[in-house]
Design a protein around this ligand. Structure first.
Ligand SMILES: [Zn+2]
Length: 330
């Protein structure tokens, strides 16, 4: 009986740890940490005509960098906006796929595109929405769309957001998604160089988005192969360790393993993060220029509406009570 009880206890503990580990990976995608960093640092790339307004709202832009991930639990169409499984479309997908949405729909059907992710097109849509928000000097929309756009630009920079093997599930590397985009920046971003210069005008945001996923896709083999190689040289008990996260004990990739993998990446995480930051700032700037460079000092003291904050709080609530695992971030 005692043995049975112990067995139940061990099994329950194991399941709890596994569940917490899964929840950790899901909740921390491009770490919540990295997404927030990307949005926050992107504000510093803006010209002074924009910077005053963004600085005034830097907490909003930072905190709400992760709303799109939370929204996946409230909005059906949300999940597809965070990725594109390019390897569903042949060997040189970025060259062979039509880049315009209408042409891609004609070739593959809307259902297929949505099933395999739509991040490049959605970035373009968000730039247009943000342009419209600037034209109307609509504070709610400027803040919301800037935060969202920064998120999608961030996701498009993550190599594992461009492949069907997004969590190493096809190559026995489950967990690599959170490892690369969450654990590594959390451990090492403090040493990254985030002096990035100024945002630039982007002539064609859709093409910019395609070039971004092209670079991510080109990097995804290294992300997977180097981890597989490292895994072969590590015992499981050195690969993982346990860390206290709040009240919970979490199984995480050990610091040694993370350090070795990070140096095998040879600066890739830093480069992708830097590119995401300057990319987000540049697309915000582009939307503002396309809107006719409206005078943001007119809305400098305006706050986001209570109505929008309530809406966001409701999405948060759904996220907090959800234990459904999403496609884009697990
Ligand atoms: Zn995301």
């Amino acid at each position: 009986m005692k043995i049975f009880k112990n067995k139940v206890l061990i099994t329950t503990t194991f399941l709890l740890v596994v569940t917490l580990f899964a929840a950790y990976q899901m909740a921390e995608s491009w770490g919540f940490f990295a997404h927030k960093q990307i949005n926050r640092l992107a504000t510093f790339t803006l010209p002074k005509e924009m910077f005053a307004f963004y600085k005034q709202n830097i907490e909003f832009i930072t905190e709400h960098a992760v709303d799109p991930d939370k929204r996946r639990y409230a909005v059906n169409d949300e999940a597809a906006r965070h990725f594109i499984d390019l390897d569903r479309y042949g060997i040189n997908p970025v060259d062979s796929m039509p880049h315009k949405w209408e042409d891609a729909v004609k070739k593959y059907s809307e259902d297929t595109l949505k099933a395999h992710g739509i991040v490049p097109w959605h970035i373009d849509v968000m730039v247009k929405r943000l342009t419209f928000a600037f034209k109307n000097l609509n504070v709610d929309q400027i803040l919301k769309y800037s935060s969202d756009l920064g998120h999608y630009v961030g996701d498009a920079h993550v190599p594992l957001h461009t492949t069907k093997n997004y969590n190493g599930q096809l190559t026995n590397q489950k967990g690599i998604h959170g490892f690369w985009e969450s654990r590594l920046p959390e451990l090492f971003a403090k040493d990254y160089d985030f002096f990035l210069g100024k945002a630039r005008y982007i002539e064609n945001p859709l093409e910019f988005a395609w070039e971004t996923v092209r670079a991510s896709f080109a990097a995804k083999d290294s992300v997977l192969l180097f981890e597989a190689e490292l895994n072969n040289s590590y015992d499981a008990d050195r690969k993982f360790s346990f860390e206290n996260r709040g009240a919970a004990l979490m199984r995480v990739y050990s610091e040694d393993y993370s350090k070795d993998y990070h140096s095998m990446m040879a600066g890739m995480v830093e480069r992708r993060m830097r590119s995401a930051i300057i990319g987000a700032g540049s697309l915000w700037f582009t939307a503002w220029v396309n809107a006719g460079q409206p005078d943001l000092s007119k809305i400098l003291t305006k706050k986001p509406s209570e109505e929008m904050m309530k809406e966001i709080a409701e999405e948060d609530e759904k996220f907090n009570h959800s234990n459904v695992k999403g496609r884009s971030c697990d």
